[in-house]
Design a protein around this ligand. Structure first.
Ligand SMILES: [Zn+2]
Length: 167
């Protein structure tokens, strides 16, 4: 899997860029944070696996990337967001949760192994496993990826601030 940091950084940075260039101040920073944290949520199944492990021996693969890595979870949050017509705060909260979780699935499917988006109805799996093609150790690759993301984002924030200071 991509590092937990990758799962936070990707939705966080995308939501922040959306805030900076499209929504502007109408989109409080809090929801950028929500997107970042939500990006981590699907891997809660690893914590669940650890808890089950106290009671009986189970392999991580029998728990990980199943129910929490389906398309149904972000769809449920998206539906909840769409239902919140009048309540803008709740709409943004559910919308950003949906977005963060969705980016998690996309990252897992693109970079490392595969996911079963329609589990338990179908065990059809999708995965490009791009990490394999780089010839790098996956953990090393994700560490470099995180460095580029964080570095790029910090530079962006710095430059944007500098520009703001001049106008
Ligand atoms: Zn995952």
């Amino acid at each position: 899997m991509p590092n937990p940091a990758t799962h936070i950084l990707v939705p966080l940075i995308l939501a922040d860029l959306y805030r900076d260039y499209i929504a502007k101040k109408k989109f409080p920073l809090f929801y950028v944070l929500v997107a970042g944290i939500a990006g981590l949520l699907p891997d809660i199944d690893i914590a669940i696996w650890r808890i089950i492990g106290f009671f009986r021996e189970v392999s991580v693969s029998s728990v990980h990337r199943q129910f929490t890595h389906t398309i149904f979870i972000p769809l449920l949050f998206l539906m909840a967001a769409l239902l919140m017509r009048k309540n803008r705060k709740a709409k943004l909260l559910f919308g950003m949760a949906s977005f963060g979780i969705f980016t998690h699935l996309v990252l897992d499917a693109i970079f490392s192994g595969s996911i079963m988006p329609f589990y338990p109805f179908s065990e059809l799996s999708f995965g490009l496993n791009l990490a394999l093609f780089t010839g790098m150790q996956p953990q090393m690759l994700f560490a470099v990826f995180d460095g580029i993301l964080l570095g790029g984002w910090l530079i962006h924030e710095y430059v944007k601030h500098m520009i703001k200071d001049f106008i």
